[in-house]
Design a protein around this ligand. Structure first.
Ligand code: NDP
Length: 311
């Protein structure tokens, strides 16, 4: 039977519709959620991410402010800015776009963000809340993975889940969320022995590695759900052939753009998986949707209202 495609674009659109409704309700009681996005310097990828985040805020009725300090700023100047944003009542969410220039101590800056406004969910206090199952601001990409599973009706409780990757941003929080949802979770990393064998135990396999197409069919139990967090841009023709030979649509876009995106999961996995997230159009769109959801959640929680989950 053909694998089910888990359509992240559609799920993200549903979440954004719900968030827009929550924003309308808050505005009706004179609360307008606000997000400050801080972008230091001119990293081209970061500029696109921040532009998309600000644009999505506008679409959903969330107030947004883009702050663009020069790339010569020091840690102290950043800490001063964060302190000002922490103190402002019209700002509910503070997003410091990473990476920061090398002279700025990113850990110090992220630690200075008020945990109540930490819409990326990176502050140790929010990490602690997540691990002790308290209401918290949860990192956006991991939260998005859970929304895909839940809204696609994929059972989590009692299932074997394997997460490949243990970063603070994706691997660890997604493993924590799956644990909180009563899956039996194994976390793998670069030192894991017999990675294919461990992955083959998974009913739910999450790949957050950063290595194009590393998860091949031999890593996947037939019928498993595969969530591919990886985003890798490939420009090399030989590598392209290895993944997409015979795929006319990909061929056309590769010829036009000179590159294409591939996840950490090899496209051939569709032949064995029960359900999978495509790249692009899987987990990616959920990240911004969950940032918007977190901004509304922060606006509510800061005022003592119920967090108001999007579903
Ligand atoms: P990191 O580089 O921080 O972490 C990668 C993890 O993969 C590490 O834990 C590393 O293990 C593990 N790993 C690397 N190589 C292997 C290997 N050969 N076998 C087993 N494990 C391995 O990456 P991130 O977590 O930040 O991101 C992962 C991917 O997700 C990237 O492709 C990134 O672009 C993408 N991403 C996508 C987002 C989205 O919106 N969809 C958002 C964020 C990230 P070790 O700890 O031992 O080094």
């Amino acid at each position: 039977m053909a694998a089910t495609i888990l359509d992240g674009t559609k799920i993200a659109a549903d979440i954004k519709t719900e968030v827009a409704e929550q924003v309308r309700q808050l505005i009706s009681i004179s609360i307008r959620p606000g997000l400050a996005a801080v972008l230091v310097g001119h990293d081209p990828a970061s500029e696109i991410y921040v532009r998309n985040k600000v644009k999505t805020c506008e679409t959903l009725g969330i107030y947004s402010e883009k702050i663009t300090p020069p790339e010569t700023w020091t840690t102290e100047q950043m800490l001063q800015l964060v302190a000002e944003l922490n103190a402002r009542d019209d700002i509910d969410g503070i997003l410091v776009q990473l990476p920061l220039p090398r002279q700025i101590d990113a850990k110090k800056v992220l630690l200075a963000v008020d945990p109540a406004k930490d819409v990326d969910g990176f502050h140790p206090m929010n990490v602690g809340f997540l691990s002790t199952v308290r209401p918290a601001l949860v990192p956006c990409t991991p939260a998005g993975c859970m929304e895909i599973l839940r809204r696609s009706g994929i059972a989590i409780e009692g299932k074997e889940a394997v997460v490949v990757g243990r970063s603070d941003i994706v691997g660890k929080p997604v493993a924590m969320l799956l644990t909180n949802a009563n899956a039996t979770v194994t976390i793998c990393h670069s030192r894991t022995r017999d990675l294919p064998g461990v992955c083959r135990r998974a009913d739910i396999l999450v790949a957050a590695i950063g290595k194009a197409g590393m998860i091949t069919p031999e890593f996947v139990k037939p019928g498993a759900t595969v969530i591919d967090v990886g985003i890798n841009r490939i420009t090399d023709r030989t590598q392209f052939e290895q993944f997409f030979a015979g795929d006319a649509r990909r061929e056309a876009s590769f010829a036009k753009n000179g590159s294409t995106l591939v996840g950490d999961v090899h496209p051939k996995v569709v032949e064995i998986a029960g359900a999978f997230t495509p790249v692009p159009g899987g987990v990616g769109p959920l990240t911004i949707a969950m940032l918007m959801s977190n901004t509304v959640k922060a606006a509510r929680m800061r005022r003592g209202l119920e967090p108001g989950e999007s579903k």
